[in-house]
Write a new protein. Sequence first.
Lengths: 199, 103
Amino acid sequence: MFLVGSFFLFAAFLITTCIFVIFSKNPVNSVLFLVLAFLNSTFLFILIGAEFVGIILAIVYIGAVAILFLFVVMMLDIQITTLMFNIKRYIPLALLFAGIILAEIIYLTVFKTSKDNLDTFIRSKNNTEQIGDVLYTEYFIDFQLSGIVLLLAMIGAIVLTHVYRPTIKRQNIESQNSTTAEDRVKLVKIKSGEGIKDD
Amino acid sequence: MTSLTYNHFFILSLIVFIIGCFGLFLNRRNMILILMCIEIILLAANINFVSASVFLNDINGQVFSIFILTIAAAEAAIGLAILVIYFRNKGEIDITQINQLKD
């Protein structure tokens, strides 16, 4: 009973925060509500025993992605725009989505009752060990490929946002390697009484 | 309904997915909100994967959820980079003006 009560608490909170993400006018508020939504889904994952994915979700989404969003929102200095809310245009779409939800709920609750229960499972290993057993053996290639995807995303983001400024002094390796000793050092013979003429 | 079943999680992920889709259609002026709606949709997919994995007692769903997280992080980085250069060129993030990029 505690499990079901906690589920409904977190699920209601998750749906509410998702709605607030869409409908808040200030993008900073939207990002903070997004953080709250991810936090609630973390609680849900921990509730049903998927601790590793829950904690990874908290670290990756709240720690990295949401903070990235927050930095961009604060950096862009956009004016607060009102939502272009034309209710007549979206009524067919809203009815379609509402119909899909209603049909799924009726199908699941009336025609198909799931007998799966959390209490019947016996776990020999904990969640992290189970994931590690599969992730580093069966999905090894996919694991490496996801690393390559992250590397590509990092390089792409840097290349896209990098601005070349000629006023900044930095090391130019090509010009360093192509210079000779004659370009840098000059031997000057000084006659007595005349000094060095600047030519 | 005194015990927690997969149906609870499936309906929850469906509702979250529909909220994300609806936000995607509703927001036409703010490109950041569209990226956030994509994140919400990926979160719904994650909820579905993880809950199905737990209730079917099969760990592969959680492994796929980790891959979805990776792709979502990469997508957010690239999307925000495109957003930053678009804002630098245009001075606004109105998505209705973005078709001028093809000229």
